[in-house]
Design a binder for this molecule. Structure first.
Ligand SMILES: Nc1ncnc2c1ncn2[C@@H]1O[C@H](COP(=O)(O)OP(=O)(O)O)[C@@H](O)[C@H]1O
Ligand SMILES: [Mg+2]
Length: 107
């Protein structure tokens, strides 16, 4: 109910109306700039990223035993509570350059 009231409140609608107007204004400006600099329209195809899933054949993974144990250890720890005393959400980041094996480790 709280969420419903918030989104239907005049205050929220006014704010969104302003935001939409801002976006339209900035798009208009992009068109003007495009004409000014003689930019041409090009159709580009957006490549979709391949779908991923969590299954992995452990036999294909070399090493990573220590890292795996560390992550399981972190996952088993109780997660902190949110501000209102509700259940918190914990995130464990795995950081590194591309191709390092982050996704494989997460799986
Ligand atoms: N421990 C590992 N043993 C064998 N192959 C691995 C290992 N870690 C990653 N790979 C392989 O290396 C490639 C890149 O790994 P990936 O997890 O996608 O990296 P990242 O997510 O960090 O970009 C994949 O083909 C993956 O199968
Ligand atoms: Mg990855």
């Amino acid at each position: 109910m709280k969420v419903g009231h918030f989104f239907s409140s005049p205050f929220y609608r006014l704010r969104i109306a302003h935001r939409i107007k801002d976006v339209r204004d900035s798009l208009d400006k992009v068109v003007v700039d495009g004409n000014k600099f003689g930019l041409e329209r090009m159709d580009v195809s957006v490549e979709r990223r391949e779908m991923t899933y969590s299954h992995i054949d452990a036999l294909d993974v070399i090493g990573r035993d220590n890292e795996k144990e560390e992550i399981i250890e972190l996952l088993m720890q109780p997660c902190g509570r949110g501000e209102d005393g509700d259940k918190g959400l914990c995130v464990i980041p795995i950081v590194g350059i591309g191709g390092l094996g982050k996704t494989t480790l997460a799986k």
